[in-house]
Design a protein around this ligand. Structure first.
Ligand SMILES: [Zn+2]
Length: 284
């Protein structure tokens, strides 16, 4: 089954590459991420949105990108949603607990109106645990300081979302979309974490109210502001709970070189509070 999927995707993207005017040696394909040629054997099936956060659609990437991006980005998407779950009362949040100068590692359960704090003995200094117990037994109470370990890095998390959005558009529109210069700027941004532009915060954000009229892991809405065309890719991250995020992506057009400038100008309008998603013209 997996091999049949892989062969079907391979044949599909070979045709897509031909339509885009790209030439490939027989039996190979350009990896949509690193843009290097890869033979059939070195290509692997990759989730557009990681399976750990509810993704189920697939594309082909080279094995190197598949392996490295898992830990570089996918784990940060997963950890983000795990933290969200914790805040929504599902599962625990890892914290550093500090009382009267003693520090231990703990897990907290964030419930409705209560918090359970469990000290993780094996992750803490035994002397600090004992000293904290001695304080409690002697009735010495102090202010409780909690430092929550979110466990994800914002830049990696946002790059992970950008990668999901890029691959979803590649899935939909193939190489004709991916090979355009404006889109290549973003592809290079995904593959090189040292790049600081374009600034991810200007076109990536979260839907604050969470209600989205679709149940797909992602969907794509085309839009246009003053003649500059774009796609909004909505991405669902799902573990015990769900969160929705958006990534604005350029749509190749005469004025697409204005896209990043436009994104820098209007992030304040994209606060997710009043965005209306049209029911027509949605691609998944
Ligand atoms: Zn690659």
């Amino acid at each position: 089954m997996a091999n049949r999927n892989k062969q079907q995707l391979f044949d599909h993207y070979r045709k897509s590459a031909a339509v885009a005017g790209m030439s490939h040696p027989e039996g190979s394909l350009t990896c949509p991420l690193c843009w290097e040629p890869a033979s059939f054997d070195t290509l692997s099936v990759e989730h557009i949105i990681p399976g750990s956060v509810g993704g189920n659609r697939i594309v082909l990437t080279c094995t190197t990108c598949n392996n490295t991006h898992g830990s570089l980005y996918d784990s940060h998407l997963s950890q983000f949603q795990k933290t969200k779950d914790g805040f929504n009362g599902q599962g625990t949040l890892p914290v550093i607990l500090e009382v009267l100068g003693k520090r231990v590692t703990a897990n907290i359960e964030w419930g409705d109106g209560f918090k359970n704090i469990n000290i993780v003995g094996e992750a803490s200094n035994p002397a600090e645990v004992a000293a904290m117990q001695a304080d409690a037994e002697a009735g010495r109470f102090g202010e409780l300081n909690l430092t929550i370990n979110y466990g994800y890095i914002k830049n990696r998390f946002q790059t992970g979302l950008l990668r999901c959005a890029y691959l979803s558009l590649y899935k939909c529109f193939g190489y004709e979309y991916a090979c355009t210069e404006i889109v290549q700027v973003l592809r290079r941004r995904i593959c090189d974490m040292n790049q600081e532009t374009p600034r991810l915060g200007s076109f990536i954000g979260a839907f604050r109210n969470g209600a989205v009229p679709y149940s797909d892991p992602y969907f794509i809405v085309p839009g246009n502001v003053n003649g500059v065309q774009f796609f909004m890719v909505a991405i669902r991250l799902k573990k015990q709970t769900e969160s929705y995020h958006f990534v604005y992506m350029p749509a190749p057009c005469d004025r697409s070189d204005e896209f990043f400038e436009m994104m820098e100008r209007c992030p304040r309008d994209n606060d997710g509070a009043t965005l209306t998603i049209p029911h027509q013209l949605v691609f998944t």
